[in-house]
Design a protein around this ligand. Sequence first.
Ligand code: ASP
Length: 589
Amino acid sequence: MTATAMRTHRCGALRSEHCGARVRLGGWVHRRRDLGGLVFFDLRDRDGLVQVAFGPDWTPPEVLERAGTVFAESVVLLDGSVVARPADQLNPDLPTGDVEVRATSLEVVGPAPATLPIPVWRTKGEPLPSEELRLQYRHLDLRRPEIQRNLILRHRLLQRARATLSDLGFLEIETPILTKPTPEGARDYLVPSRLHRNRFYALPQSPQIYKQLLMISGFDRYFQIARCFRDEDLRHDRQPEFTQIDLEASFVRPDDVHAAVEAVLGALWDEAGMPVTAPFPRLRYGEAMERFGTDKPDLRFGFELSDLSDVVRGRGFRIFEEALAQGGRVRGIRVPGGAAISRKDVDGLTTLAKGAGAGGLATLKRQGDQLTGPLSKLDGATAELFMLRDGDLLLAAAGHDATTSAALDTVRRALITRLDPTPAAAHAFVWIVDFPLFERDPQTGAPVFAHHPFTAPHEDDLDRFMAGESDGVRAHHYDVVYNGYELGSGSIRITDQRVQMRIFQALGMSEADARHRFGFLLDALAGGAPPHGGFAIGFDRVVMLLAGVPNIREVIAFPKTTAARALFEGAPTTVNEEELAALGIQMRP
Ligand code: ASP
């Protein structure tokens, strides 16, 4: 540091080895305490807190007086010397807790008022202000050491991801934000063009098409820390703009993409101090749905689903007979030790199952040789028939697979939360593979793409697909799931423009419409495309999990609310008539 430097040290960096040093510090007054003629500051900067003491023996009187009038969160510059704290005043909870700075000067360069809309310092255990206030006064909320720690971790993870991919030969290439719609299953954010009346740009839902074009152009391996925009209805843990670690590679099979993704995730978990082992196990989509009722199973726990249809058939239980007659199944979860779950909690599980679409849950409890619950009334019901051990509980739902899967997945997750069983592993990564190419829209029954329309059909199912079938056609689409959270998705892409056109048609687009929307991609595919595939990791969620915080807003500097509003700067907002007129836009009343 030069003699003219505004500060010589960071507050949080001072240690015993600095004792005797003259220092000049700059920072925020985290907290001020006045104690019998002495004034103490906890002075804070990004690196942490240090105790600063003002006292009559070393501080000039006017400085001591000024120190007593400074409000918390003011920004100050001060000179002082570092001294060791007396043995009875050491603070083992603070990295700087062996020392304090005895101040000789004080300049209040950024005074704060006596009260702020939200506090930064809180007493231990005092709850945080409401999230609404925290987002409204984000500049203050962001001063909290916890949230600074989250954003510093985010920075480190970003650098690690960049370095890992760059070392693997991936090139970081930026793609446009003002673009044409890129379907990923959400609505687009549209941006009106002033220069071209009645024309709109769309913000990218992902860089999908661009990264494919980069492969067609021969860049071989691309990545980007990409901001994506999706106008979705309110979802608890989604943001309208979010960050993905997006990658694409040429001349690859799924295994090659998986290896690159495992390298990145392995590096990120390592950066957070949690080494994990790759390769991750694989589970076919169909098996995941059968065993767990979801394509995002938390594999740290058991409670697997089983098919009870053959067990219950013809035993006089009307609801089951009806469900079976309509082509449904009866599926259930055996809960070891679950007989101890209270009736109230079982009712709570039933409410959850109903909320997920099931008619209800039928239960069977075994305590000693006694069976209780509605299923005990089935003709010939025995513990052996249902494979129940002493103390077990069986929870069963009837209906079409879509219903029983959703209901039993919800029940399984609730069981995990409530019973808090010992996990089989701390980190359960799994690849979900062999997704169907299309899903049915639950409302309309029309085929909708399970991933996005650039995903290649499985080669074994390609002929059937080209012949017009869509049911049961598998895709080269894979997701990575961690402890029940989907961390990202990817696929091998279509490189044959005829197959691509056929997909667009299967989604209900006419040839003309498909050409209007995606002609540039179809032409590019026709001009020499290498086999390629890729992936995108949802970065916000990864940081959330590694920071151990409950939602992604804790790891984003300026997040939107769940209602997609920016409370700090106030967006979305109205614009004036003149601006609208320049865009050729007229407001509807
Ligand atoms: N574009 C996809 C997504 O955002 C990821 C991929 O297929 O690579 O989900």
